[in-house]
Ligand binder design. Structure first.
Ligand SMILES: NC(=O)c1ccc[n+]([C@@H]2O[C@H](COP(=O)([O-])OP(=O)(O)OC[C@H]3O[C@@H](n4cnc5c(N)ncnc54)[C@H](OP(=O)(O)O)[C@@H]3O)[C@@H](O)[C@H]2O)c1
Length: 259
């Protein structure tokens, strides 16, 4: 039976790859993106199976309208994928207030609003799947990534609690936690040059070349689809050899004392 997906940030990277893979399966997609013309080719190829609306996820009023229209225009939406996100990298001290606010609004506040908006619809239709794209950076932290980690650790806490609240309604949530994936993410990210006291220090990081990143967006998205459609979706889906190694190392170093 065909599945209907709602996806944010469908223009590029994981969001577009997911849109392409599920359309290729014969599914329907309610795709949201800032510039709908970026999916003109898919609209031409898939016609009525691709529903599109313009949405900047930081516009929470419009998000409410788009969610309402999506659930009205489709018999049901089986899987909601909160994917839109971006990165700002630099020493915490060097970031501007605007960068802090924009990043939290996009990666954290918008994801919380989307979850709160869709839960009542999923509940009314008798259940569904809610996928939040987080990161291995929701478990571990690197210097120069403080703000990104703040958003991903934040959304992980929100979803861990939400999962327990909504499971009785037949709503299953999954936090997808990939390692580094070769998408347009790093090219799109803002890199704030480190100021003098940080030069040569831990925050003064040389970016890893894209071709050296281990994660393939095709495989990450295939794993997301498999998890979303499984009978018992995992609450957390850690993806990639780098994610496995770094998260395991971090947990191993964690000292526990029992009084
Ligand atoms: N790539 C990685 O290594 C990696 C690893 C772990 C987790 N992730 C997470 O994966 C998710 C997708 O990232 P990606 O790797 O696919 O990056 P990407 O190729 O840069 O794609 C990011 C997507 O988010 C959209 N977006 C950003 N801000 C938005 C806003 N305010 N409103 C609506 N859409 C917005 C972009 O739309 P525009 O085209 O309009 O800019 C684009 O569609 C993010 O949540 C990211 O944190 C990525």
């Amino acid at each position: 039976m065909s599945t209907t997906w709602f996806i944010t940030g469908a223009s590029r990277g994981l969001g577009r790859e997911l849109t392409e893979q599920v359309l290729a399966r014969g599914d329907r997609v309610a795709a949201t993106l800032r510039t709908p013309s970026q999916l003109d080719d898919l609209a031409a190829a898939h016609g009525h199976r691709l529903w599109m609306r313009q949405l900047d996820v930081t516009d929470t009023v419009r998000m409410g309208r788009v969610v309402e229209e999506a659930f009205t225009d489709h018999e049901r939406i089986d899987v909601v994928v909160s994917n839109a996100g971006f990165g700002v990298f630099g020493a915490a001290e060097d970031l501007t207030n605007d960068q802090v606010e924009q990043m939290i609004a996009t990666n954290l506040t918008a994801a919380i609003h989307l979850a709160r908006l869709v839960v009542p619809y999923l509940h009314r239709q008798g259940g569904g799947r809610l996928i939040q794209v987080s990161s291995m950076g929701g478990h571990i932290a690197f210097p120069a990534f403080s703000l990104y980690h703040a958003t991903k650790w934040g959304i992980e806490g929100f979803f861990e609690a939400l999962a327990q609240e909504v499971e009785p309604f037949g709503i299953h949530t999954t936090l997808v936690e990939p390692g580094m994936i070769r998408t347009s993410f790093y090219e799109a990210a803002t890199r704030v040059p480190v100021s003098e006291p940080y030069q040569g220090g831990p925050a003064d990081r040389t970016p890893i070349p894209l071709e050296q990143m281990p994660g393939s967006q095709t495989r990450v998205v295939a794993a997301m689809i498999e998890a979303a459609l499984s009978e018992n979706p995992p609450r957390r889906l850690l993806l990639g050899s780098d994610a496995y190694r770094l998260v395991t190392e971090a947990l191993t170093k964690c000292k526990v004392t029992i009084n």
